[in-house]
Design a protein around this ligand. Structure first.
Ligand code: SF4
Ligand code: SF4
Length: 382
């Protein structure tokens, strides 16, 4: 078993200490064990390293059920508020594992960073965009987009931003995994189980009734909006990949017809992202602030606004691609997309990556949980 503190020479933060105190109380209480995967994971441990606590914080999906049902929540003297403690700790994990490390500061300046980056990226594309004064540029003719912003410029800037995001997210994930993975052996079945958990967002169903967004009452709305956002994002990604195949394998130059596969995928995906982002924003604005981390809330806002802007400018560009404002809309859309790529490693998107890794550890520990459950049952019966 690992020691309770990973490196005794590095002082633990107050946030980490508080999360450990709460988790140890929960491990003795166990009242909430049916609500989510966090409590069964807690029950496997006696001591909690900082890595264990980072894992638990990212396994939590902030449904808040444990806050409204906790007998030790404020005004009790324990003041136990597990969702907020985990949210505060998630923010610390985002900063701790970020790459390159100096850019971790962007998490606490998320709104300003996202806004400045979006403005700068748009300002970069606007002078590069030629006015579509010719019939070719203001039409649906093949190459109309490239007549406004050259293909080389478009690929160089957006490709570099995308590669940077992949690299930074990959290093962040490696840092997270190094610190939080357990000694439980990884099997193919664990990988498949975690993959399925990620795909169906199973845990967002809470204990079965959904999340407590505003108060004690349960709702499935957060789950549905998450689904819209998640699958909308995947559809947009599929649209980009399909367009790349069309262009570079078949030699079909964009823009494509309204009923072509890239446009259909992109339209569906964009609409789903709009619905998901707007719905989640509305839930966050009206949520009970007590179990909320204020800094993390602002990080959520800026990511959702960026996603909403990316989808809205994409759909607007599609709707007005035959008009003379197409050039300006293309520059705006590219600016938002590039700023979104650059912000991905320093915004709420990292939660999706770390949460997938946490679900993988959770799936790997499932056999141990079954044994633990059997041992508890046998102990109770003896
Ligand atoms: S959140 Fe409260 S009620 Fe739930 S397990 Fe922890 S201490 Fe018990
Ligand atoms: S907020 Fe929800 S997901 Fe997080 S620990 Fe509590 S019950 Fe589990």
């Amino acid at each position: 078993m690992r020691s309770a503190q990973a490196n005794p020479l590095v002082p633990e933060s107050a946030v980490l200490q508080q999360a450990r105190r709460f988790v140890e109380i929960c491990n003795a209480c166990r009242y909430c064990e049916g609500y989510c995967a966090v409590f069964p994971a807690i029950e496997l441990q006696r001591q909690f390293t900082s890595g264990d606590l980072s894992y638990l914080a990212n396994l939590c999906h902030d449904c808040r059920a444990c806050y409204y049902s906790c007998q030790y929540a404020p005004p009790h003297e324990f003041s136990l508020n597990l969702p907020k403690a985990f949210a505060d700790l998630r923010l610390e994990t985002y900063e701790r594992y970020a790459w390159p490390r100096p850019l971790a500061a962007l998490f606490r300046r998320n709104r300003i960073a996202a806004a400045v980056l979006a403005l700068l990226c748009t300002a970069l594309f606007v002078p590069l965009a030629k006015t579509p004064s010719s019939a070719a540029a203001g039409s649906e003719n093949a190459g109309a987009f490239y007549a406004v912003v050259s293909e080389a410029v478009m690929i160089a800037i957006s490709g570099a931003a995308f590669l940077f995001a992949v690299l930074a997210l990959g290093f962040g994930l490696a840092n997270f995994w190094r610190d939080t993975s357990s000694s439980s052996g990884m099997r193919v079945s664990s990988l498949l189980a975690a993959f399925k958990d990620v795909l169906i967002l199973r845990n967002l169903g809470g204990g079965g009734d959904g999340c407590n967004n505003r108060n004690e009452s349960f709702s499935q709305s957060r789950r549905y909006f998450h689904h819209a956002l998640f699958y909308g994002f995947l559809l947009c990604f599929a649209s980009t990949c399909t367009a790349a195949i069309y262009e570079h394998i078949f030699g079909w130059i964009p823009p494509y017809g309204l009923l072509s596969l890239p446009v259909l995928l992109g339209t569906l995906g964009g609409a789903a992202v709009l619905v998901g982002a707007a719905g989640l924003l509305q839930i966050k604005v009206t949520a009970d602030p007590a179990p909320t981390s204020e800094v993390l809330l602002h990080i959520d806002y800026s990511f959702l606004v960026l996603l909403f802007s990316a989808a809205a400018t994409g759909l607007l560009l599609l709707a007005m691609r035959k008009s003379l404002v197409m050039g300006m809309l293309l520059a705006l859309h590219l600016g938002v997309i590039v700023s979104l790529f650059l912000m991905l490693p320093y915004c709420k998107f990292v939660h999706g990556i770390y949460r997938a890794a946490a679900l993988l550890r959770s799936a790997a520990e499932r056999p141990r949980r079954s044994q633990n459950g059997a041992a508890v049952t046998e102990g109770a019966g003896s």
